[in-house]
Design a protein around this ligand. Structure first.
Ligand SMILES: [Zn+2]
Ligand SMILES: [Zn+2]
Length: 135
């Protein structure tokens, strides 16, 4: 059953998730800021085997603070960042919230890496906060 879908800016990469998000985070870490070009990144985490991706993606890998390999996947035509994979998380991928079609589904539960947020970013006080990544 389709739960949500999404696409990149040019539409050459599309996806369908057949599962509800496991969780949704706003991440204010420097990596998310630089990768998205925005002051924070919102990610939906979903079971990898429930997401069907159509179209060509390119990828870029780097190491996180904790030493795991983080792989970013983006459209090789328009450059939109769509997906992320943390090597430490089995069968989980993250989907960048800005690419989701069903925007009413985007309900973050926590703001992470508040230590490195851009000071002018407004924060929803109803959500939980963490200074870095909770273990
Ligand atoms: Zn594209
Ligand atoms: Zn981050």
């Amino acid at each position: 059953m389709l739960v949500f879908s999404g696409k990149c800016l040019c539409g050459k990469v599309t996806y369908e998730s057949h599962a509800e998000p496991i969780t949704i985070f706003n991440c204010h870490c420097e990596d998310c800021r630089r990768a998205t070009g925005s002051v924070f990144g919102t990610n939906l985490f979903v079971p990898e085997d429930k997401v069907e991706i159509l179209g060509e993606v390119s990828s870029y890998s780097h190491f996180s603070d904790s030493g795991s390999t983080m792989t970013k996947k983006f459209c090789n035509n328009c450059g939109s960042l769509l997906f992320g994979k943390n090597s430490a998380k089995i069968n989980v991928i993250s989907i960048r919230a800005g690419t989701v079609d069903q925007i009413e589904l985007i309900k973050p539960v926590i703001n992470l890496f508040m230590d490195s947020r851009v000071p002018t970013t407004s924060i929803n006080k109803d959500l939980k906060q963490a200074s870095r990544m909770p273990s």
